[in-house]
Each structure stands twice: as structure tokens, then as C-alpha cells.
Design a binder for this molecule. Structure first.
Ligand code: FES
Length: 217
């Protein structure tokens, strides 16, 4: 039996509504499907999270005049942990006209608690990011041993082999070398007399929630 014009019109409207509904649903599903990989790409991998996590270091293994090995790595950068002798500390506290920024005036280079002659929380233990402030090579630690003949008055510190920059045992750069700034001091705190945590500033509790300290040394 053929439909009346009113019945045919009602059927056509119903079909249109149905098709529009289906198209919208399919688009929504497609959008969700496309969004999942996009959102996923913004979630840092476990490896990336681990690389940025605070790291603990066993400082009981560093004797006077030594640097902790293997060298800890924090946020993909080497961190030099050194223990100074009482003679080293005396030298750092004495005036040294050779240094470019002896008072650590560049506040971006260290936390406030490290704005002192040793650039650290306490005179004995020094903690520095091992990246030269010139072009990013990693300097070498030499203690009192002379790295090259150039420095007859070498009193221990860090020497960058790439272009010859020198830093004292507090990571302070000497004048007239390519490196423009002192070595960076990372945030760090003491967990005990024998352990520090790098990446956590106890004054501000800077560790991100869920960041588990990872043993590296
Ligand atoms: S990168 Fe260290 S002196 Fe150039």
C-alpha cells in the first residue's frame, strides 16, 4: 500500500535523524581514538620519569681529597661529589683574586644555601653539576695533582680539557678562561651523615609527588 505524502515525509525525517545520529557517534569515536595516542605521547615514559627523579648517593665512600665514583647522574647530567681536606677548605676561604665570581653573585648558579666560599651546604662536601659552563664538556677532577704544566700554582679543582677552562674546588671559574660562569650546584639535601639526595632541596621539598629516589651510587 502506498504511503500518503504526510507518511512519506515523516519516514524521510526519521531516516535523516538516524543518519545524523550515526555520523555524530562515528565522529566521536574517531576523535577519541585519535586522542588516545596524542594524550599518550604527553605522558612521560617510566624511563624519562626515572631520569628526572631525585637520586641518592652514598657519601661514606668518598674520602678526603677524593671524588665519588661512579659519578652519579641526575637529569642526564653528571654530578661531582667531592670531599675536601681541611687544607682545601682553608684555601677556599682565603681571598683569591684569580676567580671571576668568588662571591657567587650569579644566584642562578646555586641555591642560596650554597652562596658561600665552598658553594655547598657544608665546607667538607661539595656537590656540583659536572658540565662546563663554556660549551658543555665535562671537566675532570684533579684534586691536588696537576693536570697540565700550565698551572704551576694548581691547588686542586676541575679542568675542562675541551678549551682549558679551570674551576677551583668549589666549582668557581678562574678569570680569563673560556667558561663564563661557575659550575652549577644542584639542589641537594642530607638524608643522614652518610647519604645525600640530589634533586631535593629540603628547604622547599622540591621532589615531585611520586618521585621515588633512585639509588645510583
Ligand atoms: S667546553 Fe669547557 S672550556 Fe670549552
Amino acid at each position: 500500500m502506498s504511503k500518503t505524502p504526510e507518511e512519506a515525509d515523516a519516514t524521510s525525517k526519521g531516516r535523516r535523524k538516524f543518519l545524523i545520529g550515526m555520523t555524530s557517534a562515528a565522529s566521536a569515536v574517531g576523535a577519541i581514538g585519535a586522542a588516545v595516542p596524542f594524550v599518550k605521547s604527553w605522558i612521560p615514559s617510566a624511563k624519562a620519569r626515572s631520569a628526572g627523579a631525585p637520586k641518592t648517593a652514598d657519601i661514606a665512600r668518598v674520602g678526603p681529597g677524593e671524588m665519588l665514583t661512579p659519578i652519579p647522574s641526575w637529569r642526564g647530567k653528571p654530578v661531582f661529589v667531592i670531599r675536601r681536606t681541611s687544607k682545601d677548605i682553608e684555601r677556599l676561604e682565603a681571598e683569591n683574586p684569580e676567580l671571576a665570581d668568588p662571591e657567587s653573585e650569579d644566584l642562578a648558579r646555586q641555591p642560596l644555601y650554597a652562596k658561600n666560599a665552598w658553594r655547598s651546604r657544608d665546607p667538607e662536601l661539595g656537590v656540583y653539576v659536572g658540565i662546563c659552563t663554556h660549551l658543555g664538556c665535562s671537566p675532570k677532577y684533579y684534586g691536588e695533582a696537576k693536570p697540565e704544566d700550565f698551572a704551576s700554582d694548581w691547588k686542586g679543582g676541575f679542568y675542562c680539557p675541551c678549551h682549558g677552562s679551570r674551576f677551583d674546588l668549589a666549582g668557581r671559574v678562574v678569570k680569563d678562561v673560556p667558561a663564563p660562569d661557575n659550575l652549577d650546584v644542584p639542589p641537594y639535601s642530607y638524608l643522614s651523615d652518610t647519604e645525600i639526595i640530589i634533586g631535593v632541596d629540603e628547604d622547599s621539598v622540591a621532589a615531585a609527588p611520586g618521585d621515588d629516589p633512585e639509588e645510583i651510587a
